[in-house]
Design a protein around this ligand. Structure first.
Ligand SMILES: [Zn+2]
Ligand SMILES: [Zn+2]
Length: 191
């Protein structure tokens, strides 16, 4: 089963936030395009906004970054994904790899915590890129109204640790693929 989107349903914008590597952004965008079969544009990088910084936590508030993404995203894009070079938090969790507006417009992934190995060393770059792609796909699927899924290996598993993330396949399970295919508005711009 494949998911097909036509160009008139809109395009996903990918916005680098802060000094995230160009290759990381390109590979993330390529995976979104390949797995979701949607058109993806990479937009110019934007600075991480100071008002989203939480000085006491030394992290960026993911909810405020999502609101910002919606505001800075040019018209005509159905969804927007920020790829951030900073640690993210939400009020109830000490950190998140990514965050999204469920059924909304904006999603977010951070590379900050995805480089680590259990030993404390950095994982090889291709492993890091794969983790980025997994989180990006998971978060963008949330904007397409997908909830968490318990099918082993499915990208929609709730994966709060790197071990959880590494156990996932770079694909959605049959049921989630069906939900993506049947999503009534998919990437269509909501007036
Ligand atoms: Zn999730
Ligand atoms: Zn699933």
């Amino acid at each position: 089963m494949t998911i097909r989107f036509s160009r008139d349903m809109g395009v996903l914008a990918v916005v680098p936030l802060g000094p995230i590597g160009e290759m990381a952004v390109r590979i993330t965008a390529a995976n979104l395009q390949a797995v979701l079969e949607i058109p993806v544009d990479i937009l110019p990088a934007a600075a991480l906004p100071a008002h989203a910084y939480e000085p006491t936590r030394r992290q960026y508030d993911a909810g405020r970054l999502l609101e910002d993404l919606v505001r800075i995203c040019p018209g005509g894009y159905g969804k927007v994904l920020g790829v951030a070079a900073a640690d993210l938090c939400i009020p109830i969790l000490t950190y998140v790899f990514g965050e999204a507006q469920l059924g909304g417009k904006a999603a977010l992934v951070s590379g900050w915590r995805l480089r680590g190995a259990p030993s404390g060393a950095a994982v090889p770059l291709d492993h890091y890129y794969e983790r980025l792609a997994k989180v990006a796909l998971h978060e963008v699927a949330h904007t397409l109204s997908l909830y968490h899924c318990e099918e082993p290996g499915c990208l929609m598993n709730f994966s709060p640790t790197l071990d959880d993330l590494d156990r996932l396949n770079l694909m959605f399970c049959e049921r989630c693929r069906f939900s993506l295919r049947d999503n009534p508005w998919r990437l269509r711009e909501v007036p």
